[in-house]
Write a protein that binds this ligand. Structure first.
Ligand SMILES: *[C@@H]1O[C@H](CO)[C@@H](O)[C@H](O)[C@H]1NC(C)=O
Ligand SMILES: *[C@@H]1O[C@H](CO)[C@@H](O)[C@H](O)[C@H]1NC(C)=O
Ligand SMILES: *[C@@H]1O[C@H](CO)[C@@H](O)[C@H](O)[C@H]1NC(C)=O
Ligand SMILES: *[C@@H]1O[C@H](CO)[C@@H](O)[C@H](O)[C@H]1NC(C)=O
Ligand SMILES: *[C@@H]1O[C@H](CO)[C@@H](O)[C@H](O)[C@H]1NC(C)=O
Ligand SMILES: *[C@@H]1O[C@H](CO)[C@@H](O)[C@H](O)[C@H]1NC(C)=O
Ligand SMILES: *[C@@H]1O[C@H](CO)[C@@H](O)[C@H](O)[C@H]1NC(C)=O
Length: 359
């Protein structure tokens, strides 16, 4: 019987109007804060009425400029883009050679190991064993171990008038890579320029654009150069200016090499007309130059150019190349109004308001 009664009951909350200045103003304040949160944070800061999409992009680069060196022993040498731009494909990451150690005329033969300051303790020649040399740790008595620069023959020969070193089979003469020029050999690289072509897509919004903007004509493109104030839309950058914007000195960075990031930010609000959506460039040094932890600083790698002498002996020129690698990094998010997140977020906001509303 009790259950039948509860079946036919209707429950409702009783509304009490409290006329109290403190309770009333606290209630209004809470309501005001929620409305402020919805308008200020959800709509303006978070733009929660939009859907977002991440950028998809492709980059090609083309470096221009000619350098000149006059190195003793090598003579005068003009460097064009095929010499200093490695790899030459024009990818989003490109390297410009600025300093180098050249070892010409290397052939397969045997020669004494290079004697440098570090090896000065290695003078005990009654036995083919070096001392105080971490790289030679694996050396064993039979002398078949591969060293850093070659295979030991087991003999010790004169390296200079006062020093004997172990003889190795290798590309001889060996490279002496301790005396890196203090100033970059290709100092003129600071005046080289690079044309960066970047095309971006926001697939969700069917939006396509490139960093050569529609209002840039070809006669302008032929002679312009990026400048944040006067030419912010020119896609041609002087290497020195980019390094300077990253608060680095080009010649210092060029001596030991490094990595510079060219950041292109395509973040856009696509509720605004399309021409407001453009690339924003910034530059930053990416490799470590922390003075406390600068073991193995800079950026370098080796490559060789092979040829044959007239008597058919394979010969090469070994180049230890120091330079700046430029990495073009494109990022961005675009947002555009969409009804679904709008309803969801308005709904969430209304729920908040109803929590403090009188029932
Ligand atoms: C959409 O992007 C804007 C900035 O572009 C950001 O503030 C917002 O949080 C993003 N929304 C979502 C749902 O990721
Ligand atoms: C290169 O330097 C040498 C001396 O170091 C000089 O005699 C020669 O004229 C220079 N060559 C050029 C093209 O400047
Ligand atoms: C050289 O090395 C051998 C073997 O380690 C050792 O017996 C000899 O005393 C050393 N000679 C000198 C002069 O240090
Ligand atoms: C030294 O190296 C050779 C070749 O790797 C190896 O055959 C030999 O056993 C090694 N000797 C010792 C004492 O480790
Ligand atoms: C190596 O140097 C020593 C002393 O400087 C000299 O007596 C010897 O003749 C040299 N050996 C060769 C093969 O040049
Ligand atoms: C780069 O160009 C500027 C101006 O054209 C010139 O003053 C400077 O000497 C050049 N730098 C080098 C290293 O040649
Ligand atoms: C190209 O653009 C520049 C400036 O943007 C303008 O001064 C010049 O007249 C234009 N040239 C042509 C052929 O439209």
């Amino acid at each position: 019987m009790a259950c039948l009664r509860c079946w036919v009951e209707y429950e409702t909350a009783k509304t009490i109007v409290i006329r109290n200045k403190v309770v009333g103003s606290v209630f209004r304040l809470i309501q005001f804060l929620i409305i402020l949160y919805v308008i200020g944070y959800v709509c303006v800061v978070q733009k929660s009425y939009q859907v977002n999409d991440s950028v998809i992009s492709t980059v090609t680069t083309k470096v221009k400029g000619t350098g000149f060196t006059n190195i003793s022993g090598l003579g005068a040498h003009v460097w064009d883009v095929a010499d200093y731009n490695i790899p030459p494909e024009g990818e989003s990451s490109f390297f410009v050679l600025t300093n180098m150690i050249i070892t010409p005329n290397q052939m397969q033969s045997s020669c004494p190991e290079v004697h440098t300051g570090i090896q000065s303790q290695a003078k005990n020649l009654s036995f083919t064993k070096y001392f105080d040399l971490p790289v030679f740790d694996q050396l064993n008595a039979s002398g078949h171990i591969t060293l850093l620069k070659g295979i030991q023959t087991g003999l010790c020969v004169n390296y200079s008038e006062t020093v004997k070193t172990c003889e190795v089979l290798s590309w001889c003469p060996l490279e002496i890579d301790t005396d890196l020029p203090e100033n970059p050999l290709l100092a003129g690289a600071e005046n080289f320029t690079v044309l960066i072509k970047n095309t971006v897509t926001y697939p969700k919004f069917n939006f396509h654009k490139r960093n050569i903007l529609p209002d840039v004509n070809s006669s302008y493109l032929k002679q312009c150069e990026f400048n944040r104030i006067t030419d912010p839309h020119c896609p041609i950058f002087r290497l020195k200016d980019m390094v300077a914007e990253a608060e680095e000195d080009f010649q210092t960075m060029a001596t030991r090499g490094g990595v510079l990031g060219i950041l292109i930010d395509w973040s856009c609000d696509l509720d605004f007309p399309e021409h407001y959506c453009g690339p924003k460039y910034s530059f930053r040094r990416m490799d470590n130059k922390n003075p406390e932890n600068n073991v193995a600083p800079g950026y370098n790698f080796r490559f060789a150019k092979y040829y044959k002498t007239t008597d058919d002996v394979e010969t090469r020129t070994l180049i230890k190349a120091y330079g700046i690698r430029f990495d073009v990094i494109v990022f961005g998010t675009a947002g555009k109004f969409n009804i679904v997140p709008t309803i969801v977020n308005v709904g969430a906001a209304l729920t908040f308001l109803s929590l403090v509303s009188p029932k």
